[in-house]
Write a protein that binds this ligand. Structure first.
Ligand code: ZN
Ligand code: ZN
Ligand code: FE
Length: 748
């Protein structure tokens, strides 16, 4: 395999390239290292284990003067390098990265934090040039203390001396602070009264958590809701208060050893957990945590402390904690003290506050290992606002307003696309405000004035309406699934003009014919696409309601397959009612969505008739399928340019009535989607003579499906492109939109 690594940070002029060279030679790898405009770029080829070791040791053994601010890695097909060499830089002229992401606490600071003799012993805001907040404290450019939320704190003589000494680790560390001059924490109880300050606050907070209380803790890009992750009752209470029924909670662990007590950790997962970005990593749970953490999966979203405050807290609590975004369902994460104080005695029993303001909201990032690759599911804290590098330049500066769900926005210029932090579902006023703020913020911070603005074609989306209002003359539109295809093409460096086959499977996207697409095989270049094959369309009784209530989809699928829905779902008034909706075509938008097909099958199998979070039906179906290992499938059929699923649905019902376990049927359904996709891909390859195949869309968060499909397609000689830089879900859409806007001829 080949591994591509892009590292930003203090990596030029500090002996980084010779270090990589020695390390790669020692591991017997071939390839090259070079300086690029953002830092260092490495390509290495060899055995997978050696490449993972390279990734690990790059972080652990880096030269003392080097600092890593971000690492992006991609596993790719071999290129056939003969040796390992230091290459000359591709481009001259460094890009000034004016705003960096927030960096997890470095080892030097951590050592000082727990050193009784250090003047910053247990000081929760310790940082240095190599770590600490950046993106979440900067107010305007240039990045100077006066332009950050640290401006209120006047450095004491000792801090000032460090700040001005070029040989000091804190030379020009803008958030530099100490207990004498810097911010401090305090704890308030449910009535809003200050009950403890400074170290006493953290000590009492830890006790409260151990006692089962639910508290808000101010972090880097917002507040976390926190409780004892080993206390099932506390977690259940948190679910009630946050009105979050079943969506998994992230759990923060003291250190890697503690993670390993509760979850299985592969070497690549270890690399992901210990990255400077400190993302949440979806791991296989050992089942020692209460069921309430993640009621319908065998996984746990684990992450490590990334601020000194978290490090102190986790040591004090001595057990893992739930650390989930502090918000009311679907609203943006809370960042200001007063937002949280309003929730005292309601959502929370207390709050740990501090007086360093958060300049902008930034949620935690999430990754999962899929097909032996680190795949981002949410690219936010630790990554934003770093750019994705393109192997070609854009024609002009471009702004992308992003999708409706899991929104991020993007700003592109030359060969770089800067993605915002996670904005989330643009489904309420607060989220709309957050999106507007984020757009303006990104333009100001990066000092890029867009000439073209891109939004979706969906007439109902806020981004579309606002785009038309705000950027009328500059606006161009793109179809959702084309943007998916482009995003995965761009991060894999597909050339301008080249065409690929794109499997774009997701829940919802406005299609060319005005129906909702989502189970599509396209052929696409960066500027054009054609729909080659798609799922046979079906009605969605109740529209959006069917997304939350997949039994409605089941009714629709069953009826179209000639089966009485009551026979499978039971004789119920609601089933009868929905059935009539389908008959009369009332409020039944048409869809070819793969996500909805997963939902519908999940409901037919009796696994999930109603969901409480996005894609839950598919999550539960995948979990069931993992318990079976059958290689059997369901009947396949392509009619014209449609995948006909009706015989498969009839077979599913027959199998269920025949007493076949749902796990086996769920597995067969996964196998069927794989076979169907392969059949479709081969059909298009034959027709169009294209060998490269790209996978994008939320359905590819399904590990079982993605891994089996990729393997099968590779065996059939396809070159596969998957996501490793931006999420396969709609979080990656803004990249696709930006690249489109930066390449397409306006008016075409
Ligand atoms: Zn540090
Ligand atoms: Zn000080
Ligand atoms: Fe999508």
């Amino acid at each position: 395999m080949r591994l591509r690594v892009n590292i930003t940070g203090v990596v030029q002029g500090v002996g980084f390239r010779p270090f990589v060279y020695r390390l790669a030679r020692e591991l017997g790898l071939k390839g090259f290292v070079l300086n690029n405009e953002l830092g260092v770029s490495i390509e290495a080829e060899g055995e997978k284990e050696k490449l993972i070791e390279l990734l690990r040791r790059l972080q652990e053994e880096k030269p003392p003067a080097a600092a890593i601010y971000s690492i992006t890695s991609q596993f790719l097909e071999e290129a056939g390098y003969k040796e390992f060499e230091i290459r000359k830089s591709e481009r001259s002229g460094e890009v000034k990265v004016s705003v960096l992401p927030d960096l997890a606490t470095c080892r030097d600071c951590l050592r000082e934090l727990f050193d009784e003799n250090d003047r910053r012993y247990l000081y929760p805001f310790i940082n240095c040039t190599n770590c600490g907040p950046r993106f979440t404290i900067i107010l305007s450019l240039p990045y100077d203390r006066e332009n950050t939320t640290m401006r209120e704190f006047k450095m004491c003589p000792e801090c000032r001396r460090e700040y001005e000494d070029p040989t000091d680790r804190r030379f020009h560390a803008q958030p530099n602070a100490c207990p004498v001059c810097g911010p401090h924490v305090w704890l308030v109880d449910e009535r809003g009264e200050r009950v403890a300050e400074r170290d006493g606050a953290l000590e009492l907070l830890a006790r409260w958590i151990r006692e089962g209380k639910i508290v808000a803790v101010k972090g880097l890009g917002g507040f976390h809701l926190v409780c004892d992750a080993t206390n099932g009752e506390a977690v259940r209470e948190l679910r009630l208060r946050k009105r979050r029924e079943e969506k998994p909670f992230a759990v923060m662990f003291k250190d890697l050893e503690q993670v390993k007590e509760f979850a299985e950790v592969s070497p690549l997962e270890e690399v992901a957990l210990t990255r400077v970005e400190a993302p949440i990593v979806i791991l296989k749970s050992k089942g020692k945590l209460p069921r309430e953490i993640s009621p319908d999966t065998e996984t746990v979203g684990a992450f490590l402390p990334y601020t000194p405050l978290h490090h102190i807290l986790l040591r004090r609590v001595e057990r893992p904690i739930v650390a989930t975004s502090c918000n009311i369902t679907d609203e943006p994460i809370m960042k200001d003290n007063r937002e949280v104080e309003k929730e005292l005695g309601r959502l929370i029993d207390g709050a740990l506050l501090h007086n360093r303001e958060i300049a902008r909201r930034c949620d935690d990032s999430v990754v999962r290992i899929i097909g032996g690759k680190i795949v981002p599911l949410r690219r936010s804290r630790g990554y934003a606002p770093l750019p994705v590098l393109l192997p070609f330049p854009l024609k002009g500066p471009v702004l992308a307003l992003g999708p409706h769900m899991k929104n991020t926005v993007a700003l592109g210029k030359e060969n770089r696309v800067y993605l915002s932090q996670h904005v989330g579902d643009v489904d309420n006023l607060k989220a709309e405000e957050f999106l507007k703020e984020t757009v303006k913020d990104l333009i100001n911070l990066l000092e890029i004035e867009p000439e073209v603005v891109v939004c979706d074609y969906h007439p109902g989306y806020f981004t579309t309406k606002w785009g038309k209002e705000e950027f009328a003359e500059k606006l161009i539109q793109i179809y959702h699934h084309h943007a998916h295809a482009i995003s995965v093409m761009a991060e894999n460096g597909v050339e301008v003009g080249e065409k690929v086959i794109a499997l774009t499977y997701d829940g919802t996207g406005y299609g060319k014919d005005g129906t909702i697409w989502g189970g599509e095989i396209l052929t696409a270049s960066y500027t054009e696409f054609e729909r080659e094959l798609s799922l046979l369309p079906f009605p969605l009784p109740g529209g959006e309601k069917a997304v939350k209530e997949p039994y409605r989809v089941a009714v629709s699928l069953l009826k179209l397959s000639g089966i009485e829905p009551e026979k499978v779902l039971g004789k119920r008034r609601e089933v009868e009612f929905v059935s009539q909706m389908v008959d009369k075509g009332i409020n039944c938008p048409i869809t070819s969505s793969m996500g909805r097909l997963f939902d519908g099958v999940s409901a037919i199998l009796g696994l999930k008739e109603r969901v409480s979070y996005q894609a839950q039906g598919a999550v539960v179906l995948e979990e069931a399928a993992l318990k079976s290992s059958t290689a059997k499938s369901l009947p396949l059929s392509i009619e014209g340019d449609r995948f006909d699923w009706r015989e498969a649905i009839r077979e599913i019902v027959r199998l269920k009535e025949g007493g076949i376990p749902v796990e086996e049927i769920a597995r067969r359904f996964h196998n069927w989607v794989v076979e169907l996709s392969v059949m479709g891909a081969e059909f298009v390859r034959e027709k169009k003579g294209i060998e490269t195949l790209a996978l994008s869309g939320g359905v590819f968060q399904n590990r079982l499906l993605t891994e089996t499909l990729t393997k099968t397609l590779e065996e059939r000689g396809f070159k596969i492109l998957t996501h490793q830089v931006v999420p396969p879900n709609d979080g990656g859409i803004s990249l696709g939109q930006a690249v489109y806007g930066g390449l397409v001829e306006k008016g075409s």
